[in-house]
Write a protein that binds this ligand. Structure first.
Ligand SMILES: [Zn+2]
Length: 674
C-alpha cells in the first residue's frame, strides 16, 4: 500500500535543502512544513479558523495526554480526532514515548512495554508498541509515530546503545501492529549524541518499511551546534524518497539550519509558549514585549507581516496587554508567531524551488531569531553601569540588604521573601511547619511529593533539600537507607530570577550547591544518597499542575496577587482543591489576606493559622478535607474570623464574578465553622 506518496520536487544546489509534497487522507502537504502543537487536541489559545488562515497543514497531538484525557473511548465515539476537534486537515500523533520518559512520576521499562502511573487517576498504564499504535489508530492520526525509548542526549554510550536496540525491536513490533491500516507510520532514529549509534540506528530503522523517518532525542539540552551536526549526520543516511521529521525543534533559526541539512518536517511549542511570555518572532529578529522601551511604540510588531494581529494592533497595545496579563495579548502574539512560522516555511520552499536557497539562507542566518537589542544599553557602557546591568535580568533585579540578596520584580516593585534572611524564613515557614523531616522518616515505598509553587530564586526548594541532606548525613550509613524518598516538583514560568541569583552566589548562599544549575540545565536533579528527586515544570501553573504527580505538601510561594494575579483567584484554588479532594494534602503560604483565605474556604479547603514571620503576625495553612479529618495540631480559623470576614470590605475572593455568590455560602456554611 502506498501511503504518503512523497514526491521530491527539488533539492537546492550547494545545500541539502529540499522541497517536496505528500498526500494524507485529509490534504496534500507541501514541505518543508511546520506543524503547530495541539497537545490536548487544541493549540493553546488559538482558534481553528486562525490556524487554517495561517496555512497550518498538519497539527501535532500528544498520544500520552489524549490517552489519559479524554480517553480512547471518546475518540471511538466521535470516529477520531478530526471530528472531535473539528479539524479538516492532517494530524500527526506522537507515540507517547517522549512524555513517559520525560515527565515526572514513576515508570517501569520492560521489553514488553513502558508502564507508568496516570496523572489523572493514578492507575498504572502499560504502553507497549502495539497499544501505542492501537491508541493512535483510534485517535485517527494521518501520521503515527512508533513507540521509542527516549534517553537524555547526555547518557553514557552503553545506556544509549541499549535504548537504541530496544527502540529497534519496538520499531518492528509497531510496523506489525499497524498492519493494513491506511494510516502512515514513521520510524524514529535514536542514539543520543553518539555518531556511531546514530548511523547504526539510521541504518537499522531505514531497513524497515516505514513511510517516513524521524530524528528523535534531540532538543533536550544539547547545544545548537551539536544538534546541527547530528541532524546532518542522520539525514545523510536517510532515503531521499521519504519525508524526514526533526522532532520538537525549534526556533526559526533552528528550522532554517535543519532545512539546510535536509529535514522536511518540524513541530515545536515555542511560537505559542513564547507568545505567552510576550516574545514575538519577526522579520527583524525576536521582539520581547517585556522591554520597557516598547511602551507607547506605534506601528505593527512586524512591519513585514500581514497577519490579523499586525494588520490591526500597534506594538504599544500588545505591550500593554502583556503588561496587564490580558489573555488576548497572549492569543494575538501566538497568532502572529504561528503566522510567521508558516510564512517562513512557505518562503523557504519558494527559494528552494526557484534556485535561490543559498542566498536566502545566508541572508537569514543572522537575522532570524536575533536577540532583541531595541532600547538596549548604549554602546559606551561605564564600569558602574555594567555592574548595575549585572544586577538585572528580564523583569527582575537583585537588591542587597545586610549581605542577603533579594529578587525584586521591576514591574511591580515587589520583593520576594522581603524578610531579613530568606533562607531562614523558608526553613521555618515551609520546611519546619510542614514537618517535612518527620514525614520522611516513615517507611513508605511511595515518594513524598512536595509541590514548590513559584521556584523564584529556589529559597524554599533549597531549604528543603539542604534540611533533608543534613538529616540523612547525620543518620549516617549505620542506620541503612533512610525512610521515604522525596519528590520535589518546582513550578515556574520565568526562570530569570534563578538565573540572576546564580550570578551572585555571594548574596544567595543557598545556591552554592550543584542542584540549581543542574535543574536549569536538565530540568531535574537527583541525589541518590539523600533520596531526593527535584523536577522543574516550566510554564503556567494553571496548566502544569495537571502534568505533575499529585502532592502531599504544597509550598505556595509565588509573588502576591499584585504580580502573580492568576495564581490567587477563586478559580485557581478551586482547581487546586479538586486536585487534592481525595488526598491528604497540606498547603503552606505566607499570605494571610482575608480574600485569599475566603477563596481557600470556598474551594473546599479547611483553613488554619500558620506561624508569624518577619512583619507578618501570622501566615496560612490550608488542609484538604481528608487532611482535616485526621488528627492534627493546626489552629483552624473559628467564629471570630468568620465574624471579621462578614464585616470586611475584602471578603470576596480575587476573581469572583459579581453575579456569582456561591462562594459566599460556601464560606458561611463551611463545616469548619459548625
Ligand atoms: Zn503578524
Amino acid at each position: 500500500m502506498k501511503r504518503l506518496d512523497f514526491q521530491l520536487e527539488a533539492t537546492a544546489s550547494g545545500s541539502r535543502a529540499r522541497a517536496g509534497r505528500f498526500r494524507t487522507p485529509h490534504n496534500e502537504v507541501l514541505t518543508p512544513v511546520f506543524m503547530p502543537v495541539g497537545t490536548h487536541a487544541a493549540v493553546r489559545a488559538q482558534r481553528r479558523e486562525d490556524l487554517i488562515d495561517s496555512g497550518a497543514q498538519v497539527l501535532l497531538a500528544n498520544t500520552y495526554h489524549l490517552l489519559l484525557r479524554p480517553g480512547v473511548e471518546i475518540f471511538e465515539k466521535f470516529g477520531g480526532i478530526h471530528r472531535f476537534m473539528s479539524w479538516p486537515r492532517s494530524v500527526l500523533t506522537d507515540s507517547g514515548g517522549f512524555q513517559i520518559f520525560s515527565l515526572p512520576g514513576s515508570r517501569t521499562l520492560r521489553e514488553e512495554c513502558a508502564e507508568f502511573k496516570s496523572y489523572v487517576d493514578r492507575r498504572m498504564v502499560c504502553l507497549s508498541p502495539e497499544r501505542s499504535i492501537a491508541v493512535q489508530r483510534a485517535i485517527g492520526a494521518d501520521i503515527m509515530m512508533m513507540l521509542d525509548q527516549c534517553v537524555p542526549s547526555t547518557v553514557e554510550h552503553g545506556v544509549a546503545r541499549e535504548a537504541m536496540q530496544l527502540t529497534h525491536r519496538w520499531a518492528a513490533r509497531s510496523l506489525a501492529a499497524r498492519g493494513e491500516s491506511p494510516q502512515a507510520l514513521f520510524g524514529i532514529v535514536q542514539g543520543a549524541s553518539y555518531p556511531d549509534l546514530r548511523v547504526a540506528s539510521a541504518r537499522a530503522v531505514t531497513d524497515m518499511p516505514f513511510d517516513g523517518f524521524a530524528i528523535g532525542g534531540l532538543a533536550v539540552g544539547e547545544s545548537a551546534a551539536q544538534r546541527e551536526d547530528c541532524t546532518a549526520l542522520v539525514t545523510e543516511h536517510l532515503p531521499a524518497d521519504r519525508p524526514r521529521y526533526l522532532m520538537g525543534v525549534g526556533t526559526t533559526r533552528d528550522l532554517l539550519e535543519a532545512v539546510h541539512r535536509g529535514v522536511d518536517m518540524f513541530d515545536c511549542i515555542l511560537p505559542t509558549a513564547l507568545a505567552k511570555q510576550g516574545v514575538a518572532f519577526t522579520s527583524v529578529g525576536r521582539r520581547d514585549l517585556r522591554r520597557a522601551s516598547y511602551r507607547g511604540m506605534d506601528g505593527p510588531i512586524d512591519p513585514d507581516c500581514g497577519c490579523y494581529t499586525c494588520r490591526t494592533f500597534s506594538i504599544a497595545y500588545l505591550f500593554h496587554l502583556n503588561r496587564v496579563r490580558e489573555t488576548s495579548g497572549w492569543q494575538l502574539l501566538g497568532l502572529h508567531n504561528l503566522h510567521f512560522y508558516m510564512q517562513l516555511m512557505r518562503r523557504m520552499r519558494e527559494h528552494i524551488l526557484s534556485g535561490t536557497w543559498l542566498a536566502f539562507y545566508h541572508a537569514q542566518r543572522d537575522v532570524l531569531d536575533a536577540r532583541d537589542r531595541y532600547g538596549a544599553e548604549p554602546k559606551h557602557v561605564t564600569k558602574a553601569q555594567r555592574r548595575l546591568l549585572r544586577l538585572q535580568l528580564g523583569r527582575y533585579e537583585v537588591v542587597v540588604r545586610d549581605e542577603f540578596g533579594h529578587i525584586r520584580d521591576r514591574q511591580s516593585g515587589e520583593v520576594m521573601h522581603p524578610v531579613h534572611d530568606p533562607a531562614e524564613e523558608a526553613r521555618s515557614l515551609y520546611v519546619d511547619q510542614s514537618r517535612l523531616l518527620g514525614r520522611l522518616e516513615a517507611a513508605d515505598s511511595q515518594p513524598l511529593v512536595v509541590w514548590d509553587v513559584g521556584l523564584g530564586a529556589a529559597a524554599n526548594a533549597m531549604a528543603a533539600i539542604q534540611a533533608v541532606e543534613a538529616q540523612r548525613r547525620g543518620a549516617g550509613a549505620s542506620s541503612g537507607p533512610a525512610g521515604r524518598s522525596l519528590l520535589l516538583v518546582s513550578f515556574e514560568q520565568d526562570l530569570d530570577a534563578l538565573h540572576l541569583a546564580l550570578r551572585h552566589p555571594k548574596w544567595f548562599k543557598h545556591l552554592r550547591h550543584a542542584g540549581p544549575r543542574q535543574l536549569l540545565q536538565h530540568g531535574r536533579w537527583s541525589s541518590g544518597s539523600a533520596g531526593i528527586d527535584w523536577l522543574l515544570l516550566r510554564g503556567d501553573f494553571a496548566h502544569c499542575k495537571y502534568d505533575a504527580p499529585p502532592p502531599d505538601i504544597v509550598f505556595f510561594d509565588p509573588f502576591s496577587f499584585k504580580t502573580d494575579t492568576g495564581l490567587w483567584t477563586l478559580t485557581a484554588f478551586r482547581e487546586l482543591g479538586a486536585l487534592c479532594s481525595d488526598r491528604v494534602v497540606e498547603l503552606f503560604t505566607y499570605s494571610y489576606s482575608t480574600s485569599v483565605r475566603a477563596a481557600m474556604l470556598a474551594a473546599g479547603f479547611y483553613v488554619a493559622k500558620g506561624i508569624g514571620t518577619g512583619p507578618k503576625a501570622e501566615t496560612t495553612i490550608a488542609l484538604s478535607p481528608r487532611a482535616a479529618a485526621l488528627p492534627h495540631a493546626h489552629r483552624l480559623l473559628g467564629a471570630d474570623w468568620l465574624g471579621k470576614w462578614r464585616r470586611s470590605d475584602s471578603r470576596a475572593p480575587f476573581g469572583a464574578s459579581a453575579g456569582e455568590s456561591s462562594w459566599h455560602e460556601a464560606v458561611s456554611d463551611h463545616p469548619q465553622f459548625r
